[in-house]
Write a new protein. Sequence first.
Length: 296
Amino acid sequence: MDKQQKNKEIEEYVKKKIGGYLAGLYEGDGHIWIQKDCGKKRHNPKFQITFNIKDQNQAQMLIEGISHGYLTLYPKKNACKLTIGTVRGLKKIIELMSDYLRTPKINQVNDLIKWLNKNHNTAYELKKINTTDLYEDGWLSGFLDSDGNFMIRLTKKENGAKKTRIACRVRIDQQRSYKKTNESFEPIMSAISQKLNGKSSPSIRTQVKESYFVVEGSTLTYLLNLSNYLYKYRLYSTKFYDFLNWNECLQLLKHKTAYLNLNKIETLKNQMNNKREKGIALKDVIELKNLLTNML
């Protein structure tokens, strides 16, 4: 392979990694606001993604890498929101992620494309849902950062269980339909289910009169495949640290040494999810800014 061909393949991989990741992040926790036609003062559309406040470094690196946008903190809600509203910034969003969308939220992106074409003489084509293999780009990584959880289950006999049990799990929750068009999220959640547990359809859970699709995976073979994928297309939120703990336990299960390392597994478990106090460190997310800067 010559140098030019190798550079082209690296460029394509980075585009799939970051463009796919941003698409998954948006389709998990993002929104596009477009002003309805009226006689009032005209405002540009707004592209927005909501983050846990622990992930503000991640959001800031996206802003700096795209060179557009601002971050609003909501400490009482334990959240922060990235907003991009400049025309140049919105164009960059379309160019980065529009080929990797996989859910009914593609409708918002196509509305944004129509707005740009009408008001700023662009010629973007309307997009269709991407149906390629989920492990071929960074979309699932972004979606996991938005709506996924990594868990370690550890039950001990001394705590009343009949026997000691160790398991790694991954879970993704998602609304059943996109309210704007009433289109179902079942196709994408079924595709995720096939990857995480080999089943062709997600479960349905109801909470406070609202039902969700739920996909859980706990089978070692499927989880090892997911682990390999996430080393190629990594996470950029605080869940990156949860994944590292989870994967350490997963490797112990793989090598059949988990039950010889109960104290270590308990420590790993007690550092995860809500028990993790610190957010994503700048050094662990600056790659996101650098890759975006090089792409744009």
